[in-house]
Every structure is written in structure tokens, then in C-alpha cells.
Design a protein around this ligand. Sequence first.
Ligand SMILES: [Zn+2]
Length: 69
Amino acid sequence: MSACNRCGRKIKEENGVPKEGIFSSACAFGYHSHHDGEIHSFSLCEDCYEDLISQFRIPVTITEIMEWL
Ligand SMILES: [Zn+2]
């Protein structure tokens, strides 16, 4: 069972498949960063994701999954 890192809410799953959209991200920090050599990862529920991207000055890039595969 995964949870949203921001609000802590558990994300419902059915047979191991999430019942809502989850944003997952990982970043490997290299030289010259404050987290040199660390990999940070987190997940956001759909509500927190919407909230986060609503603060972006430049909107997210949207690509249809079928084009991306
Ligand atoms: Zn959340």
C-alpha cells in the first residue's frame, strides 16, 4: 500500500493496482548539488499533484500515453 508523501493519505489499491492517479518521481542528485550522491523519491496522490502543478508558472508538458509508448 503506497501513501502520498505530501498529505500522508493512503492510496487505495485493488489487486495491487492503484485506484487513482499517482505521481511518482525519483531524482538522482550528482556533483554540485546539496544532495550529492543521493537518490530522492516520492509519490503524490492526484489531489496533491493537481495542487502542486497549479502553482507552476509554466504548465506541465502533456503527451498522450499512446504517443509516448
Ligand atoms: Zn496527497
